[in-house]
Design a protein around this ligand. Structure first.
Ligand code: ADP
Length: 432
């Protein structure tokens, strides 16, 4: 291919030759016209090609432009290659950018990118939900105009981000606890990372409550025991008084023992995350044990009705099932006043599910308590529970055992009319 200068020299020479030949034959004017005409041909050709280039550039389709012949072919060919390479480069940058965005969107944490004026440059969907933001609407808005909590504004303004900031009562329903941390990056920009710590906070509060409850439950019998011991030590008691004091001390020690045993049972159940094994447990055998224990606990003060309406067994862990059933029966006996009636039934329902139910004619429970009964140490009547030797952990244990057997605990109760506690076992846990 000839170089541009060679072409130029060639065309100028051509123009001179044409002018010279014309000058010799027709005179000066004709010679100038002939030279100009020869020069005008490549100029017209260039103009036409530039006009085509302009047209394709406006349509943003330079790379689709048909290539002309001659000198402009190379120019257009190189231009098209440049445009194509640039477009490919942009596409790959765009892909990479989209992958980053997708990764940030997939994050379980909220992410907000702030510019040097604390204006929102970008935020992910989680951050939108946490703070009630809408990226398209709020882009380039100052974040402290949108999140107006004084502690947050103070945190941002301080510009020293050593630790995170806890924001409570956040989110669309105002029930989220959010941990916010700002990280400086780039040119005075900041990245806000927002973590939902609601469950962690709840678990922490539950742990604190639990420790406080256990300490409280243990302290009471220990205080009573110490009181009796001091009395025995300092007073000269006769035999009968001593026996009476020792019996009272025994009952306090028994209370502590029950509490520790229930705590250990609960800890073991919580530690075991696997479902209960599938061993066939004969319910009639368990019913016989329950009946004996219930009668011993009642000391003849209640009437009982034990019914086994099916020979079906439960596929589960016998020790746990006995513990759950006996907790329900002992609650019924302990909370039902003398002369009351306790009915215990094992049956299959129409769907083939196994149902173990304990019905009493006791005081019943108001509906507002029902959903909380299985919480550890939750009691409707604190003093009544203690008087009857309750640890406040019985139904929490029942609930755990039910979960491990994929069973449901249902409680029906109305004040003054008595209660029914029912454990419903799925068909897969029943062996006929
Ligand atoms: P507790 O050791 O106090 O009995 P539970 O976890 O077994 O603890 O029961 C929680 C609370 O549920 C009890 O304190 C009591 O108020 C209530 N409750 C349980 N069973 C009955 C029942 N059969 N009748 C009335 N109230 C009951």
């Amino acid at each position: 291919m000839l170089s541009a200068i060679t072409r130029f020299v060639f065309i100028v020479c051509l123009a001179f030759i044409a002018a010279y030949i014309t000058l010799a034959n027709w005179g000066v004017n004709f010679a100038i016209t002939a030279g100009m005409t020869v020069l005008a041909i490549p100029l017209a050709y260039s103009y036409v090609n530039l006009a085509r280039l302009r047209k394709y550039a406006i349509a943003n389709a330079v790379e689709n432009m048909p290539l002309p012949s001659g000198f402009w072919e190379e120019v257009f060919f190189r231009l098209q290659r440049l445009v194509r390479n640039l477009k490919l480069e942009i596409q790959s940058i765009e892909k990479q950018h989209n992958r980053f965005i997708e990764a940030f969107q997939a994050s379980p944490n909220g992410i907000v990118m702030l510019d040097d004026q604390d204006q929102i440059e970008w935020c992910n969907a989680i951050a939108e939900r946490f703070f009630g933001l809408e990226f398209k609407r709020d882009v380039l808005q100052r974040i402290n105009f949108l999140i107006r909590r004084p502690e947050f504004i103070q945190y941002l303004n301080k510009r020293i981000f050593e630790g995170p900031l806890l924001l409570e009562r956040m989110g669309p329903e105002g029930n989220l606890s959010l941990m916010v941390q700002a990280f400086p990056y780039g040119d005075k920009r900041h990245l806000l990372l927002v973590q939902d710590v609601t469950d962690l906070q709840k678990a922490d509060a539950m742990r604190r409550d639990f420790v406080a409850n256990v300490s409280h439950e243990m302290r009471t019998p220990i205080t009573v025991l110490m009181g009796f011991l001091e009395t025995i030590q300092s007073l000269d008691l006769d035999k009968a008084q001593q026996t009476q004091y020792i019996e009272l001390m025994m009952s306090q020690a028994q209370r502590m023992k029950s509490l520790v045993e229930d705590l250990l049972t609960l800890a073991n159940l919580e530690a075991n995350t696997l479902p209960a094994p599938m061993q066939a447990v004969q319910v009639p055998t368990i019913m016989a044990l329950l009946k004996n224990d219930a009668q011993a606990l009642s000391q003849g003060k209640h009437a009982f009705n034990f019914e086994v309406l099916t020979s079906a067994s439960i596929l589960g862990e016998e020790r746990e099932l006995l513990s759950a059933f006996s907790n329900l029966v002992s609650n019924a006996v302990r909370y039902t006043p003398d002369v009351g009636m306790v009915s215990v039934k094992w049956s299959l329902n129409a769907d083939g599910q196994g149902e173990f139910s304990v019905t009493d004619t006791g005081p019943g429970i108001a509906s507002e308590h029902l959903s909380r009964l299985t919480e550890r140490f939750y009691r409707v009547d604190r003093s009544r529970s203690r008087d009857t030797g309750g640890t406040g952990l019985g139904l929490a244990i029942v609930k755990h055992i039910a979960n491990r057997h994929h069973a449901q605990l249902q409680i029906e109760s109305s004040p003054g009319k008595g209660s029914t506690f029912r454990l419903r076992f799925p068909k897969e846990r029943i062996s006929l």
